[in-house]
Design a protein. Structure first.
Length: 317
């Protein structure tokens, strides 16, 4: 009977429910080759892609920037350290799209913490899974004393399969091939968070993403994994354009924020909880779009992050 009910639910979902995003069969750049979708990215065996090495006049950065041989924004970095080293990891907000070199979160943080070296390990589009792969492949040799994890937005993007499946070869969750399961999950999210899961454009139709790039349980696992990669770890909850008026994202991404906060609490790690500090600010002055801060926004993020790291920095010098 249960099998019949489940089969009926699946059949009705496929007949009357929304379509699912089809598997991504677009050509992927081989390691070192320019991405067909983004000329400023190259294929990467570990993380799927990485910023192209060399001068960059892209990503809306005023005056352009430089990407070093490890695909990090900025100049070359010596393995040898002369002062405590902080590595900030995350996506385009951490990389600093549309922001000049001197206005990035990392540049502001270095100014606020004299005597501490701050490195920008962000990359546009990176999830926590990709940041972890990039660290193990390219950044571990730099032996940071503290890692700041700022990945979240890309983790929550709708996808046909998680990053660990697309780029890491892990088996895809079987349940996500069920139209009934995906539809039920969307209803649950809507009931809890008040907004339906992201719809993705494909061709002329709007389809439902069967997965996200990093499922929330994997997100927590990744956050905890960073704590094993360096002597110290800190977590950065980034703001969005809804925070000045609502104090929250207003959808299921708030659950990811909650996971980061709880992970920091359980590990006793510094937490830069930025969103509450944006309440009451002018969204137009602090953000270019939904999630990318202006220089003024980045300055505020760096201020909160510097305060969270100040006790560690004082003891590390």
């Amino acid at each position: 009977m249960l099998v019949l009910l489940l089969g009926g639910a699946e059949g009705l979902s496929r007949l009357f429910g929304p379509k699912l995003m089809p598997p991504d069969r677009s050509p992927q750049a081989k390691p070192g080759e320019t991405s067909p979708a983004e000329p400023n990215m190259v294929g990467d065996a570990a993380a799927g892609w990485r910023p192209k090495v060399g001068p960059q006049m892209s990503f809306g950065i005023p005056g352009g920037t430089t990407v070093n041989s490890r695909s990090m924004r900025g100049g070359e970095v010596s393995v040898e350290k002369s002062r405590p080293r902080v590595l900030v990891l995350g996506d385009s907000t951490i990389f600093g799209v549309m922001v000049a070199d001197g206005d990035t979160i990392e540049a502001r943080l270095a100014q606020a913490l004299p005597g501490v070296e701050v490195l920008n390990g962000g990359a546009p589009g990176y999830t926590s899974w990709q940041a972890l792969q990039a660290f193990d492949d390219r950044f571990a040799a730099l032996v940071p004393d503290l890692i700041v994890v700022g990945a979240l937005w890309s983790d929550t993007q709708g996808a046909d399969a998680p990053d660990a499946t697309r780029f890491g070869g892990r088996r895809a969750p079987l349940a996500e091939s069920s139209r009934a399961f995906v539809l039920l999950r969307e209803w649950v999210r809507e009931a809890r968070w008040g907004k339906r899961v992201e719809k993705v454009g494909f061709g002329i139709q709007k389809v439902m993403a069967p997965s996200v790039r990093v499922p929330i349980d994997d997100y927590e696992t990744n956050l905890r994994a960073f704590a094993t990669r360096a002597p110290h770890v800190a977590y950065l909850v980034l703001p969005c354009v809804n925070d000045p008026t609502a104090g929250k994202v207003g959808d299921f991404r708030d659950a990811y924020r909650a996971v980061m906060r709880e992970t920091a609490r359980e590990l006793g790690a510094p937490l830069a909880d930025v969103p509450p500090t944006f309440v009451g600010s002018d969204p137009g002055k602090m953000f270019y779009d939904e999630v990318h801060p202006t220089p003024a926004g980045d300055a505020k993020v760096a201020e909160v992050l510097a305060a969270a790291l100040a006790p560690w920095a004082a003891s590390a010098r």
